[in-house]
Design a protein around this ligand. Structure first.
Ligand code: EPZ
Length: 421
């Protein structure tokens, strides 16, 4: 198992190119199941999660190839299975989203329930209700969802009781090949939803309103292949922006959609970093000799502040001159980075969904453990700011969603290396 070792205390200076968005890429890969023609994805990140999804798709009979640069070719000419087994789904929850495409194309699917995960219970009830609304019969059998739709899926009106990114995406994919019109109410509005709709529309789908609360999908008989570029990863960009603010220095983010992080920039500025933007890049500057200011934040569905940046934001607040209150509204158990940040010298008290962060002057290096993907990123930023050596274990969490993180940070002068444990 790998670990990351950081000798902290060096400001970050340099350019970081942002990769394609993990949370878009893995859903776009599942889209290949909706057509027998080839799908080419460009700006694909090389990640453990994209490899996991590739493995599942291959199991279903899809030809998966990576091309030069950041290209991936997916061809589901025929499918050899409609079953997603537990061993493949448990590795990555988002693989549950093959259920809808399989139902839409083959009218049947047997997909393992993903189970709980470290950041919360994360049920899939909204996904299943959406499939039932589209005419599927769902049964639960030995930990598997067994679904069928004799004669195919049928368009429907679906009102989500609360916003779910995965359920919105799932319904959009399945409804693209359903008979008639589907209307989604209270749909998620994340940029990844727009990315998915844009790709499906390029394949011949008829989706209007993605990125708004009401999405209309006119089902079509057939989707064709296309070539589509994955949107830049707003969470990766936000992570490096927050690392630059936490550690200090001058970092330019390249290949970034700054408009996808509208909730973050004013908060980073409030904390004391300078943010300058142009069309495709963002410059973050902070004098490491000055103290950060405290900032309160609460996570919300897009366009609110993303839960996927909460841990990284907290690492920054740990070094502020005052008290910050951080509230997690999306997941019920997403404060596992707190005990690890405390090991580095932070002063954090968690009560229910709120963390009170009393800023300290500095972090001190220590061995810590990554608990989930974004938590790992917060430990990296804290380690970069800390005095002395920090080693971060269970780096496989990090490899799920950050492409070449030690190389990108190393290019900005960070003293960071990967070691075999
Ligand atoms: C997506 O998860 C992302 N994952 C998450 O990123 C992200 O944190 C989350 O959206 C919120 O932005 C991917 O895109 C692969 P939800 P998703 O459905 O779709 C509850 C990361 O680190 N819920 O919007 O699973 C759920 O438990 C990951 O990259 C139900 O109760 O999130 C949560 O409390 C972590 N029933 C809330 O809704 C359901 O059927 C929002 O979840 C579905 C969800």
């Amino acid at each position: 198992m790998d670990k990351i070792v950081i000798e902290g205390g060096t400001p970050l200076n340099g350019d970081i190119t942002i990769s394609g968005a993990k949370n878009s890429a893995i859903k776009l890969m599942a889209v290949c199941l909706l057509t027998d023609e080839p799908l080419e994805l460009t700006n694909m990140p090389h990640l453990r999660d994209t490899r996991s999804m590739g493995g599942l798709l291959e199991h279903l009979g899809v030809k998966v190839e990576t091309g030069p640069g950041s290209r991936m070719f997916l061809h589901a000419a025929t499918l050899s299975s409609t079953e997603a087994p537990y061993d493949l789904v448990r590795k990555m929850r988002a693989s549950f989203n093959v259920l809808g495409p399989l139902l839409a194309r083959e009218h049947k699917a047997r997909v393992s329930l993903p189970g709980g995960c470290a950041i919360g219970a994360r049920p899939v009830d909204l996904h299943l209700k959406a499939m039932e609304s589209l005419g599927a019969t769902i049964e639960l059998e030995d930990g598997y969802v067994v679904a069928s739709a004799k004669g195919g899926l049928k368009g429907a009106e679906i009102t989500f009781p609360f916003v779910s990114v995965g359920a919105t995406e799932h319904a959009m994919m399945a409804a693209s090949l359903a008979q008639g019109e589907t209307v989604l109410y209270n749909a998620a509005r994340e940029p990844e939803i727009i990315d998915l709709a844009n790709c499906l529309n390029a394949m011949g789908a008829q989706i209007v309103g993605a990125g708004r609360s009401e999405v209309r999908i006119n089902g079509v008989k057939k989707l064709s292949g296309t070539s589509y570029a994955v949107v830049p990863d707003r969470i990766e960009a936000g992570t490096y922006a927050l690392a630059a603010a936490t550690v200090g220095g001058k970092v330019r983010l390249v290949n970034v959609r700054s408009d996808h992080l509208g909730s973050l920039w004013p908060l980073i500025a409030q904390a004391g970093a300078k943010v300058t933007m142009d069309e495709a890049s963002v410059l973050i500057e902070r004098n490491p000799k000055t103290r950060l200011r405290p900032v309160d934040v609460e996570t919300q569905a897009y366009p609110g502040f993303p839960t996927d940046l909460q841990a990284q934001f907290m690492a920054m607040c740990c070094l502020a001159d005052g008290v910050s209150v951080i509230r997690e509204n999306i997941f019920e158990n997403r404060f596992m980075h707190c005990p690890e940040l405390i090991r580095l010298g932070a002063n954090i008290k968690v009560t229910g969904r709120e963390a009170i962060v009393r800023g300290v002057k500095e972090f001190h290096g220590a061995p810590v453990m990554a608990t989930d993907l974004r938590a790992s990123a917060s430990l990296i930023a804290a380690g970069l700011a800390a005095h002395g050596e920090t080693s971060i274990g269970r780096v496989y969490h990090l490899d799920r969603g950050f492409e070449h993180i030690e190389v990108k940070l190393g290019n900005c002068g960070a003293n960071i290396r990967r070691e075999r444990e």
